[in-house]
Design a protein around this ligand. Structure first.
Ligand SMILES: [Zn+2]
Length: 433
């Protein structure tokens, strides 16, 4: 539901609200989490010294590693009997990151998701099927509570079982669908390969809500075209609260940030200097209202920029660019920074290319070697070798011109790259093995 008081808030009023909440949040973390107290003291900072936004730079950063080191409850600022839920990130290396929610935090989380859904044009009259995984991951339950808050009929499908997903979309009259973008493409694939008689036009589905992994503008067009829906980006981090931290509006040009609950800064990831509005860098968050797990200057590793463009939707909240890469995902290939999303964007620009690819990085001697394996469609694969060779050359040239690297390109037959029902593993970095 649109929160017009906040979403259309005049700048001066927002700044005053943020400042008041920042003071509370910084104090709350200091008073109730020994880790923050120690960290602030070591940096020579005391909450009493915090008077204005300019004082943010005196506060030390919180890192993903700090969160892992405090596993499981070390960063909780409320006693366990006040915590009503936990979520945890998968943690491919080391400890999982555990986050707790008080009842109030769960309410805020649900409000933010409901607000995001409204921004996509979803209302209480919609029927929403949620194909995010339910469980410790914030996606499933987060969307679920938000959709219910909005008053929508909520179908808690969780991920997987594509034929059943499609059956319910049709039979239940589902109008909005939520999943990872790569799963949306799996569904499109499934229809084309196995259910040629299934027509998306015959369903009531019109809105797709996608997040939990970076996706490109090209991938959006692909999803919209193949599933005949309008696709929106919802963004969030479990460390902050989950999805709903920022969300697109009907204009699909940047995501409005929930500035009443999160204060964001953009820093240079190397020098840690705060960058002015409009410049691209790592986004750093401070929670303004979280009770159970306040985060103060959390380095997200997400690369984006913040900007105001007088959005015609009327929202005054700052926008962030779609996050197309996490600085953790960034590959350094022969000294050049490359994001998998950039590779994807190049691939999607070519006719006959399927949205399935794998990037394999290896080191031969002292040189990094990158190979991109990508599926081509049936028609192209059965074409002459010459056609394939020409395409391969065009893509390689485009890599060279847009990414500044030479990559070995291998076109492979349809269905030969492993599929996943959830997040896809797109990079195999053999240098680390
Ligand atoms: Zn807008």
């Amino acid at each position: 539901m649109l929160n017009s008081e906040i979403e259309y808030i005049p700048e001066s009023k927002l700044k005053a609200l943020q400042l008041e909440r920042l003071k509370w949040s910084i104090r709350h973390a200091f008073d109730n989490v020994p880790f923050y107290k120690k960290k602030f003291e070591e940096a020579g900072f005391h909450p009493d010294q915090f008077k204005d936004f300019d004082d943010m730079k005196r506060i030390p950063f919180l890192t993903k590693q700090d969160m892992r080191d405090n596993y499981p409850y070390g960063l909780f600022a409320a006693p366990l009997n006040k915590i009503v839920r936990v979520h945890a990130s998968s943690g491919t290396t080391g400890n999982a990151t555990v986050v707790g929610y008080t009842e109030n935090d769960v309410n805020v989380f649900s409000d933010l998701v409901a607000r995001s859904l409204s921004s996509f044009g979803v209302t209480g009259d919609d029927i929403i099927q949620i194909a995010y995984g339910y469980g410790l991951f914030t996606g499933g339950l987060g969307l679920h509570y938000g959709a219910e808050k909005l008053g929508a009929l909520t179908v808690p499908m969780s991920g997987g079982n594509t034929p059943r997903q499609l059956m319910f979309i049709k039979d239940f009259g589902v109008t909005a669908f939520c999943a990872t973008p790569s799963y949306a493409l799996n569904i499109a694939d499934h229809i084309e390969k196995n259910m040629p008689d299934f027509k998306m036009e015959s369903t009531k589905l019109r809105t797709g809500i996608f997040g939990a992994e970076p996706w490109s503008e090209e991938m959006r067009s692909e999803i919209e075209k193949r599933l005949k829906i309008s696709a929106y980006d919802i963004y969030g981090l479990s460390e902050l609260i989950g999805p709903g931290v920022s969300y697109e509006c009907r204009n699909k040009n940047g995501l409005h940030l929930a500035e009443d609950h999160f204060y964001a800064e953009i820093i240079d990831p190397d020098s840690c200097e705060i960058l002015p509005e409009g410049e691209k860098g790592e986004i750093v968050y401070t929670s303004l209202t979280k009770e159970a797990c306040p985060v103060i200057r959390y380095r997200s590793r997400d690369i984006t920029k913040l900007f105001h463009d007088g959005c015609s939707c009327g929202r005054t909240l700052v926008k962030m660019d779609r996050v197309t890469g996490r600085s953790d995902d960034m590959l350094i290939i022969r000294g050049v920074n490359v994001f998998p999303s950039q590779i994807e964007a190049v691939l999607m620009g070519f006719e006959g290319i399927e949205p399935y690819y794998q990037i394999i990085v290896d080191r031969k001697g002292s040189l990094d070697d990158i190979e991109v394996m990508v599926e081509v469609n049936e028609k192209l694969f059965s074409d002459e070798i010459k056609v394939m060779n020409n395409l391969s050359k065009s893509i390689s040239d485009r890599f060279k011109s847009t990414l500044g690297i030479s990559a070995k390109l291998t076109l492979v037959e349809p269905q030969s790259i492993p599929r996943s029902e959830g997040k896809s593993v797109r990079v195999i970095d053999k240098r680390k093995i």
